[in-house]
Design a protein. Structure first.
Length: 438
């Protein structure tokens, strides 16, 4: 489609503030057109162990689409560390791809820019109908009461992956079900240059996902019912401190993990450097890095006490990737046809198998290929104990502000500086001050 500006967006808040007025269009009214019916540009998110792995997964499917429709898809796989700013740059300039993957937690924020094609009943009908998608996936496609800003592509949930041999060698008979058990096991496993569990301390999205779950387990939310930031409540402060304390106080995460942001914790687990990993649908990633499925087990993410479920026993956010269309695409019909192709039963089976994710399309999810023991944990979590991150317009700013605050707290922990309730609250208060005024 159109070229993308090279300059990165310096501030997420500024990007979103400008988006509604600055977004261009394929027509005089800012809508799409069919001026370039033979090509599409597609930004895919980095789902596999590397960008090269993603290209190997996706290119044969794009070639299949071209053979079927005559439309050539130009693929770019964008790292997660760059994706949100790349998208925001595109929304402000009006110069972006035709079709793109977005983290489902960004749906409401990007919806607020007005740059994405709304998926109203008419558009859903073009791809087979809204009722093809499972409810939990549709719950993370935009603000409540508005037409979705994107269509679910991959569904994921967090699980606890544990190294069977390392557990057996340490005399641990079963995976931890509570955080107290995880800390106790982690201390037994953190020896000889190896560690109990890994983390991605500089990965803002990972920070948010885990902090959100901890907050839920402490009966807290990062936003009030009317969508206002509430980052400094006792429950949120306790939750963030508990997460960072896995490194700062419990000493079961290596200090070097404070700098991790690019799947390094997955690689460390695959290499036997860490005994446990909290990750979204990690099996395909681990396999691509040479770890046999026989070498690890999969269990639900721990809770404070009891068993996973709703309310304070939530143990995952509703993770996943959505597929969006830029409203000013110059191949509107082709973009819609591409979404239909990518969400077809056949492609859902191919793609979600490749990424060990769960199809958000109900008929594909019911396929025997997704009824493995590993998938059972993920499907049960999505159905019973996962909650959607806040679908509010300020969600992406929240990820940036609070994710950075937690990154800074991990840096303190790695440097041996004390992480106290007061220091956590101060960082979160600063993050809240960065949010747009209401």
């Amino acid at each position: 489609m159109r070229s993308i500006r090279a300059a990165a967006v310096g501030a997420v808040t500024m990007s979103l503030a400008l988006a509604a007025s600055a977004c261009g269009g394929g027509s005089a009214t800012g809508g799409g057109s069919n001026d370039s019916p033979k090509t599409l540009t597609y930004w895919a998110s980095n789902q596999g162990a590397s960008i090269e792995v993603d290209k190997k997964v996706l290119q044969p499917e794009l070639d299949k689409f071209e053979k079927r429709t005559g439309i050539k898809v130009k693929l770019e796989v964008v790292p997660w560390s760059d994706l949100l700013n790349r998208i925001l740059t595109a929304t402000t300039s009006g110069q972006g791809p035709d079709v793109l993957n977005i983290g489902n937690t960004w749906s409401a924020s990007l919806q607020a820019t007005g740059a994405l094609l709304p998926w109203d009943a008419k558009n859903f009908e073009k791809i087979g109908g809204k009722d093809r998608f499972v409810g939990s996936a549709l719950g993370s496609t935009g603000a409540q009461g508005k037409d979705p800003a994107a269509v679910p592509l991959y569904s994921m949930a967090y699980a606890l992956y544990y190294n069977k041999k390392m557990f057996a060698d340490a005399g641990i008979a079963k995976p931890p079900a509570t955080w107290d058990e995880l800390i106790a096991d982690g201390k037994m496993l953190s020896k000889g240059g190896k560690w109990g569990i890994g983390a991605e301390g500089s990965n803002l999205s990972e920070n948010i996902h885990h902090a959100f779950v901890f907050a839920k387990q402490h009966g807290a939310d990062f936003f009030t019912a009317d969508g206002k930031p509430d980052f400094t409540s006792d429950g949120v402060v306790t939750a963030v401190k508990q997460y960072v304390d896995l490194m700062a106080t419990d000493k079961i995460i290596a200090p070097g993990n404070a700098e991790y942001a690019q799947n390094q914790s997955v690689s460390d687990f695959a290499k036997g450097k860490n005994a446990m990993l909290l990750w979204q649908s990690a099996s395909a990633n681990l396999t691509s890095q040479g770890m046999s499925e026989d070498d690890y087990g999969i269990a639900p993410v721990p809770v404070q006490s009891g068993t996973p479920g709703a309310g304070t026993n939530v143990n995952s956010m509703v993770a996943g990737i959505n597929l969006a269309v830029f409203k000013n695409t110059d191949n509107l019909d082709g973009a819609t046809e591409f979404v239909k192709f990518m969400t077809s039963d056949a492609e859902q089976k191919v793609l979600n198998t490749a990424y060990s994710s769960i199809p958000p399309v109900a008929t594909a999810q019911a396929d025997a290929a997704f009824n493995t023991p590993a998938n059972a944990v993920l499907k049960d979590t999505l159905a019973e104990s996962a909650a959607a991150l806040p679908q509010v317009a300020d969600e992406s700013q929240f990820e940036t502000a609070v994710g950075t605050a937690i990154k800074d707290l991990f840096a303190d922990a790695a440097a041996g500086r004390p992480v106290t309730a007061d220091s956590v609250k101060a960082k979160l208060e600063k993050a809240q001050q960065q949010m747009p005024a209401k």
